[in-house]
Design a protein around this ligand. Structure first.
Ligand SMILES: [Zn+2]
Length: 82
């Protein structure tokens, strides 16, 4: 899915570059900016998905009621097994 998006973007950029006979340096910079934005978006989507999943999975200590992320095995406050 992300690779397909990249291919579509690159195809669009190639078309834009071919149509206008403008400065080559500006085009290269534009492509660089688009690539950086796409990579940043992909990282955001990855990180956001993991964060949302971690937010949903919470464990509550039965002894003291402290909440912990889903991967926690022991209570941070009282040390009991969750
Ligand atoms: Zn506890």
């Amino acid at each position: 899915m992300p690779q397909q998006l990249m291919m579509e973007l690159l195809a669009n950029l190639a078309q834009v570059g071919g149509g206008g006979g403008g400065g080559h340096g500006v085009d290269a910079r534009f492509i660089l900016i688009v690539v950086i934005v796409v990579v940043a978006l992909l990282l955001l989507v990855k990180g956001g998905g993991g964060g949302a999943r971690a937010m949903h999975m919470t464990r509550t200590c039965r002894d003291c009621g402290a909440t912990h992320p889903g991967f926690a095995k022991f209570c941070r406050r009282c040390g009991k097994r969750l």
